[in-house]
Design a protein around this ligand. Sequence first.
Ligand code: C5P
Length: 244
Amino acid sequence: MKLASAKNRIIFPLDFASLGEALKSVSLLKNHVGVFKIGLELFTACGPEAVKAVKEKAPGVPIFLDMKFHDIPATVKGAMKSAAGLGVEFITVHCDEGRGLLKAVAEAGAGKTKVLGVTVLTSLSGADLTEIGIDPKYKTPADLVLHRARLARLAGCAGVVCSGQEADAVREEFGRDFLIVTPGIRSATDDVGDQKRIVTPYDAIYSGADYIVVGRPIRNAKDPLIAAEEIAKEIERAIENRGG
Ligand code: C5P
């Protein structure tokens, strides 16, 4: 696999409060990453205008609208239709409202936007799950991730968001035809920040992730372009060692 394909697996989150800052990063990184992610911070500040502006600045680069929807099915279905109308490649919905919600959203996005189920946030540890009242039968986040991934699959979602620590189990159970997007990416020297279930870019891809979300390790690097290039090289090595 060529490095061009490796860099296409990097999703860069535009976690900025202003469109100006976001677009600066888009200009800088558009040839070094594969997808731009617009999440709660930028979308709350700028709305659909952000999607339009990023598309204009980086034509052809897919957009991931990471809204992490969480509401009753009718409301989320409507929101999903609006999102699909923006021409985005990916959208997220939390898995913890069950199959009815996931199905409504997957159907509303069908053929236009790939719906990803957010299983268990990478900022949560096993202890956090106990604290928020998750049944202790899910002894590890991986147990709950797999349970929720099954719901997402049954509902017709294109894939899931999970940590690299669960990627191999998800890949093993669901095969190649189910997308795995992995945030919580950190190398040994990176600041961990609020992320808890972290893995390196190499380990995430080697474990079966299709895409990795890498924000602060690129954004806060001395040279973000070099950081992105190094990550792409790691991805390429992982793909080669994994055998495709
Ligand atoms: O690499 P960094 O920790 O900066 O990445 C943060 C980004 O990853 C944010 O945009 C956040 O929404 C996203 N994300 C996450 N955990 C998830 C899903 C998405 O951190 N489970």
